[in-house]
Structure formats: structure tokens, C-alpha cells
Design a protein. Structure first.
Length: 201
């Protein structure tokens, strides 16, 4: 099988228009260890191209970061395909408020050194060593405590759309800039090396 696109953007757009199918646009990411990136990448391309997935997906030894669209009628099958990959079973999918056939015109799955440009260079850093996940009720309870400080990780554009009430909202364009410019000592989190583990998740 061919594991790459052969159609131009113009040809892809014409096929999408002719299909007249409703599509959904979504995104997700997950940190987990991937041993053989090429096999994993080709497996995704083979599985997803068969059901009309288009998008930009990055895979690295540390996990996957995906922004994509697919025919609405294939959504259940797509979720089934994700569930066959143990670390992705039951993963939360973030659906776009608006959908367009022009969201993505090709399926591009690229092997990268990292799934997010976080600027962390520490080779000993383990992105799968995450903290404790809490539900919305517990999170709100923690936020209500006087000694709690919430740093909202969204960039300035996303923060203008919405952020947690009372949260610190750094005025940055990217996650990398957030890591490099925030005065972490001010929030009692220690220096860059100490806080990187918690801030990367």
C-alpha cells in the first residue's frame, strides 16, 4: 500500500465537494511511549485513509498530536479504531464548533522528535510521568482554596476566548514562550527544571 498522498490540494478539494458528505473536525493528543514510529505511523495512515480521515498528525516517541477531519458517518468506526490502540482507548476528543470540508485536504502523518514544541531539551524528561488527574468537581474545590494558584496554559488568543476565573494568564503566543518567559519562582514552583514536569501536562 502507498503510505503517502498522491493527490494535489485542488484534486482533493474537488473530491470532497463531489462527495457532499458532512464532516466533523476534531483534535486530540496523548503522551505515551511509541517504540517503532514508522510502523505506528504507517498503521495509522493505512487505517485512517480507508475511512476518509484528513488532517495533520504528529507522532513521536513520546506520543501523538492530531488535528483532523473525517466523514461524520465514520466517526463511530474512527473511535473504534482508536480504542484498538490501548493508550488511546477512551481518549477525549475535542470537537470543533464549526466544520468545513476545507479544514484539511490531505492526510499527513509526520514523524517528529516531539509532538509539541515545548522547548524542553532535558533528555531525562519523561513526558509520560504525569500528575494526578482530577474531575471537574475536585478541580473547582482546589481552585476555591485560598492558597491555590492556577496558571492557565492557553496562549493569549485562547485566553481571550475563555480561561479559568482568577487564573494567571501569561501573555504569550506559544507554549514554548510560556515555558521560557514565565517567572516560575513567583508561583512557588521552583526553577525551570523542577517545574517542567508539571507544566508539560
Amino acid at each position: 500500500m502507498d503510505f503517502y498522498n498522491r493527490l494535489s490540494n485542488t484534486e482533493s478539494l474537488e473530491l470532497l465537494k463531489k462527495s457532499r458528505e458532512d464532516r466533523v473536525t476534531l483534535s486530540f493528543y496523548k503522551y505515551f511511549k511509541i517504540e517503532n514510529l514508522i510502523i505506528f505511523r504507517n498503521y495509522l495512515f493505512s487505517s485512517w485513509s480507508k475511512i476518509g480521515v484528513l488532517g495533520r498528525i504528529y507522532v513521536a516517541n513520546e506520543g501523538i498530536n492530531a488535528q483532523l477531519s473525517l466523514p461524520k458517518r465514520q466517526l463511530d468506526h474512527f473511535v473504534y479504531e482508536l480504542d484498538q490502540i490501548y493508550p488511546l482507548k477512551g481518549i477525549r476528543l475535542n470537537f470543533a464548533l464549526k466544520n468545513s470540508i476545507k479544514s484539511f485536504l490531505k492526510l499527513k502523518i509526520k514523524v517528529r522528535s516531539k509532538i509539541v514544541a515545548d522547548g524542553i531539551q532535558d533528555k531525562n524528561f519523561d513526558s509520560t510521568n504525569v500528575g494526578i488527574h482530577v474531575n471537574a468537581q475536585d478541580f473547582n474545590k482546589i481552585l476555591s482554596e485560598k492558597e491555590s494558584i492556577c496558571v492557565d496554559m492557553r496562549n493569549h488568543y485562547e485566553s481571550e476566548i475563555g480561561h479559568f476565573i482568577g487564573a494567571v494568564t501569561p501573555n504569550v503566543d506559544s507554549f514554548k514562550e510560556l515555558m521560557e518567559t514565565t517567572e516560575w519562582d513567583k508561583y512557588g514552583t521552583g526553577n525551570y527544571d523542577k517545574c517542567s514536569d508539571c507544566m508539560a501536562h
